[in-house]
Design a protein around this ligand. Structure first.
Ligand SMILES: NC(=O)c1ccc[n+]([C@@H]2O[C@H](COP(=O)([O-])OP(=O)(O)OC[C@H]3O[C@@H](n4cnc5c(N)ncnc54)[C@H](O)[C@@H]3O)[C@@H](O)[C@H]2O)c1
Length: 260
């Protein structure tokens, strides 16, 4: 197959959870630019619809649906809606994250609330979307978005000289690490169904962070910058398309060389 054909996502329906968020918007845009019909989903329907409409006015085929990943009922509703409105699902980018825990000694209920969405809800939606993808004759792709913070401990020196809090919450490091090995588990568990399950562990996305933080952080990155809004597009298109047809069970660290 011609290499442009290998990367082409025309005719594919792909769900991006948390698709109205920072990385979610970049992921949705990249997939839609490669030709996919993209469904972005998060809790606030009004917000997710507004983001989808903005993409539509730029000529991209992006739709918004409501999803509360902490609710099994909501997961089953979106599963039904996808089949009713789009007739199939070829890919799922598991990108939503709830940031409910505010620090190491925060009330333990905040950890439990995080797990409800980031662990229990995540397994729930992965199983249900995997079930939809398994219905396709030609299978499809699941991409988990973890973080370099699922692979390494925090680097508090990034906050030197800033008034940003140094009290990073432990749940984020815990569930992102778990997601990386869940990727390997699912790749093997879904054997024979033609579903590839991979993971991307990004570094920090530029989001107008304070100047001193940017200096501290980017001085350690060989590329001397944070990730920009284009950096993740190529990887999600690769892993969603025929171009990545033999990549399975992999975790790709995308951090500009920070942790090399
Ligand atoms: N932003 C970064 O610098 C960075 C770095 C590394 C990894 N990541 C990873 O990228 C992914 C996205 O992070 P982000 O920074 O774009 O986050 P974000 O906070 O900008 O977006 C998260 C999205 O998830 C949605 N969400 C939260 N709770 C939900 C729920 N219960 N049900 C459905 N949707 C829910 C939010 O509405 C939002 O759309 C995460 O997996 C995160 O670990 C981000």
């Amino acid at each position: 197959m011609n290499v442009k054909e290998l990367f082409n996502l025309t005719g594919k329906v792909i769900l991006v959870s948390g698709g109205a968020g920072n990385y979610g918007k970049c992921i949705a845009e990249g997939l839609a630019e490669a030709g996919a019909t993209v469904i972005i989903a998060s809790r606030n329907l009004e917000n997710v619809t507004a983001v989808a409409d903005k993409f539509k006015s730029a000529g991209l085929d992006v739709h918004g649906l409501q999803l509360d990943q902490g609710s099994h009922e909501s997961v089953m509703t979106i599963k039904r809606e996808i089949m009713e409105r789009f007739g199939k699902l070829n890919g799922f980018v598991n990108n939503a994250v709830a940031r409910t825990m505010k620090g190491y000694m925060a009330p333990i209920e905040q950890f439990a609330a995080s797990m409800e969405v980031n662990a229990t809800g995540m397994v729930d939606i992965l199983r249900e979307m995997g079930d939809l993808i398994a219905n396709n004759e030609d299978g499809g792709s699941i991409i988990n978005i973890s973080s370099m913070m699922g692979m390494f401990g925090p680097d508090y020196s990034n906050y030197d000289g800033t008034d940003m809090g140094r009290d990073l919450p432990p749940d984020y490091f815990f569930h992102n690490a778990g997601l990386i090995n869940l990727t390997r588990y699912m790749a093997k568990h879904l054997a024979g169904k033609n579903i590839r399950v991979n993971c991307i562990s990004p570094g920090g996305l530029f989001n107008n962070q304070p100047e001193r933080f940017l200096q501290n952080y980017t001085n350690k990155v060989p590329l001397r910058r944070m990730a920009n809004s284009d950096d993740i597009k190529g990887l999600v298109v690769l892993l969603s398309s025929q171009a990545g047809a033999y990549i399975n069970g992999e975790n790709i660290l995308m951090d500009g060389g920070l942790n090399a």
